[in-house]
Design a protein around this ligand. Sequence first.
Ligand SMILES: [Zn+2]
Length: 254
Amino acid sequence: MVITTEGIVLRQRKIANNRRMIVVFTKRYGKLSAGTSINEKSRGKAALALRPFTYAEYDIFKGRDSYSINTASAIKSFYSIGEDIDRFEAASAFIEYMDKVLDEEAPMPGLFDLSLEFLQSVSVTKSASETLLLAFVVKTLRTLGVAPETDCCVNCGKSVSDFGEGYRKFSVSSGGIICPDCAEEEKREGNSLIYQPDFDIIDVFRYFTSKPLKTFEKVDLRPKVRREVREILADYTDHYLGSGVLRASGGMEV
Ligand SMILES: [Zn+2]
């Protein structure tokens, strides 16, 4: 059976007989690993479709227990990502993140569309690559079933409006905002994954969740806020999705 689907390449490696194993995030079938003998170095739309940061259409032969890409054709290459180190860093973290959090053969069409929006936005932004990455990750959490609680204390249910300003702590292991009493309790139990940012973390999460990704092409967060949000998200995605990729290059800032 041959299936046709749009997709984004996440990863590839050489295998035997001049073939490559491609891991592609497809719109209709989710993440698939497929072999191919298309030569990546050749010219033309098929070779381009195997390169990173490219949106393409694939004809994939589904065998009994493996997939094989017969033909591929690039629809759009976001090549300008490679022209800027910040864009490249954010887009590479995005690719690694998606590779980690997606299950094989589990369709996620909403996440696929969001991924295309991300690649489009990051390919044109002047200075907001990292903010776009953070907004993207926050947006994925609900679809992946691990959205943090931001309306009330995740432990006792007290509404955040009853905490008073400045008492909004975020507990990674509990999965959201916690009230001062529950924070004391968690600390006594030795939980070290509690953050108390000096900005309103609830506002940041809501802002990222409610606005379209495109909004963040031009709206950058302050570097200090960005660093701390990234740190919280790195711990959070590590804890719930087993993906520590956001932490990898956090140390690049001067
Ligand atoms: Zn509480």
